[in-house]
Design a binder for this molecule. Sequence first.
Ligand SMILES: NC(=O)c1ccc[n+]([C@@H]2O[C@H](COP(=O)([O-])OP(=O)(O)OC[C@H]3O[C@@H](n4cnc5c(N)ncnc54)[C@H](OP(=O)(O)O)[C@@H]3O)[C@@H](O)[C@H]2O)c1
Length: 259
Amino acid sequence: MVRVLITGSADGFGLEAARQLAQHGHSVYLHARNESRAQHAKAACPGAAGVLTADLSSLNETKAFAAAINAIGEFDAIILNAGMLYGPFRKTAETGIPAMVFVNVLAPYILACLLNRPKRLVFIASQLHQQADTSVEDIFWFKRGEAVFEDFPAYCDSKFHVMLLANAVAKRFHGTSVVSVHPGWVATKVGGTEAPDKLEDGVETYIMLAEGNYDQTLTGKYFVPKKQLGVPLAATNEINLQEKMVKACEDVTGLKLFD
Ligand SMILES: NC(=O)c1ccc[n+]([C@@H]2O[C@H](COP(=O)([O-])OP(=O)(O)OC[C@H]3O[C@@H](n4cnc5c(N)ncnc54)[C@H](OP(=O)(O)O)[C@@H]3O)[C@@H](O)[C@H]2O)c1
């Protein structure tokens, strides 16, 4: 039996992975953005051990979420799955960062800084990181601003940025297998209605990583559906870009990612 937390588990990949893990007899903690989504998640996954609530576009709620997770005790696996794509800039209150960038990039950074280290830490990225602007400039949209924001290219960039972050974390967290995942292009709120891939193929990868049924000396690697290793953009392994990313996150949060 493993203890697992999956962020954003009120829907999509996160909910289905949580359901299957609970059916396998694991201790599964769900997470939802608010109380009403938490009720929905709990009803959809009645075997869960608990459900935590936090809006991951909020700095304060994300920090409080980390404390609540740590209070539960040690986790075998934490899957940072919550993400979003569509929608306007939505400037977040405490930082002014667009909500999508906060949820996809900054919330995983904050959690990586504040969480007690699990045995396995999984960052859900996307193959769309391959379409990103790899310059790692203006990550948080402070310079360009709302007028030029388009959700799709901004999403591609956010997934490249979170992969740089995952690889930076992998270098620092000795004894934790830190990986990133493309779960498949699937018809969820993020994937849209035209998506051709199967949810269950991506969920297979989530289950393998949660249960630890793989070589856990692997760290800084990229998985794809059906438990396979994928080939990420070479730039995700560039240490100068990874460190630029960490520095930007540190500057905006005041939190340090320790070795
Ligand atoms: N579907 C695809 O084709 C695809 C492809 C590549 C990568 N991904 C990635 O896979 C992950 C899961 O996405 P999905 O496809 O399963 O889509 P989904 O069904 O929309 O799931 C995303 C989850 O994140 C939660 N979330 C979004 N914003 C949040 C916030 N501010 N605070 C807390 N939770 C929040 C959502 O909550 P609500 O349910 O309340 O909205 C939802 O439960 C994401 O990281 C996504 O980028 C998906």
